[in-house]
Design a protein around this ligand. Structure first.
Ligand SMILES: [Zn+2]
Length: 293
């Protein structure tokens, strides 16, 4: 049974990647957290993998981990930092954290875990990452990132972990409340390792984008798409790559990244144990183009 599940999971991932390679890959800026079209595509059988036969998605908790960034046009698209002769790349760090998180979660048979991509050498458009999470009806969709500050390390007043989450009191308010709770649970696990907790970063659309109910859309792409799909979804920033203490204390060795990945997993487990599966089922029409002003 375990073997069968693994095969199915691999098949789903392969189908996803095949679908993505056949579509145009948009280039992502360094500030990937912010980019992407206003809204993600509707859940569609032509753009996202089918839920395969035998995948009992509604009995297990489904977690989709999204390793931020990836190579585009031959270059890593995330942030990077040179320190003591080594260049550290966000793209590689997020992929490693995601794999450690997945590994930890899969020690527990109650979780079905998917990654939105398999390698730091490729990227995937943000809207398609969210569409994938919706297609497998994720109970939690967590996009993994590492922060950076302008000034290439000369400014060291920013450090610690944070989460870009959806604001409450908007479209799918219950889901936003749950997303914030889940994000805070993960942040608490990360701060247990010694990372400073910068809390939730909630930001409104800067160009007047509205949700279908007329409320102001969230600025960051992943929480915005998650709201559209009705997914519990948010970004977790695992410290600053160009803050020396964050880099050397949490981001520079595989052992440190494993601790971050396991802390993410423990937060995910703690939240899902308490909250259970998401009761919201994306209806496939939740991503229609809304009025924008
Ligand atoms: Zn990032």
């Amino acid at each position: 049974m375990i073997r069968f599940n693994k095969i199915l999971k691999r098949t789903a991932g392969t189908i996803l990647l095949a679908a993505l390679f056949s579509s145009s890959i948009i280039s992502t800026s360094k500030a990937e957290e912010e980019s992407g079209p206003a809204f993600a595509p509707p859940v569609s059988k032509t753009t996202v993998p089918e839920i395969g036969p035998g995948m009992s998605l509604r009995s297990n908790c489904v977690v989709v981990l999204d390793p931020g960034h990836g190579k585009t046009e031959g270059h890593y698209s995330g942030c990077h930092f040179d320190y003591n002769g080594t260049t550290y790349y966000e793209d590689i760090i997020t992929m490693k954290i995601a794999n450690y998180t997945k590994e930890y979660l899969e020690q527990n048979s109650n979780y079905t875990v998917y990654l939105t991509k398999d390698s730091s050498e490729v990227t995937v458009p943000l809207d398609q990452r969210a569409a994938f999470a919706a297609s497998v009806r994720a109970d939690l969709f967590v996009s993994l990132h590492v922060d950076s500050i302008a000034g290439n390390g000369t400014t060291r007043n920013a450090y610690g972990a944070s989460s870009m989450s959806p604001r409450t009191g908007r479209f799918h308010n219950d889901i936003a409340i749950q997303s914030q709770e889940a994000a805070n649970t993960i942040l608490n696990q990360l701060t247990g390792l010694g990372l400073h907790n910068r809390g939730l970063i909630l930001q409104d659309s800067k160009n007047g984008t509205l949700y279908p109910d007329g409320s102001t859309a969230d600025y960051y792409a992943i929480p915005r798409y998650s709201q559209m799909y009705g997914l519990r979804g948010f970004i977790i920033e695992h410290g600053y790559i160009n803050c020396i203490s964050d880099l050397t204390g949490f981001l520079s060795t595989d052992e440190q990244l494993k601790k971050l990945g396991e802390a993410d997993a423990k937060g995910i487990i703690e939240y899902l144990n308490k909250a259970g599966k998401s009761t919201f089922v994306p209806d496939g029409n939740s991503s229609q183009t809304p009025p924008t002003n």
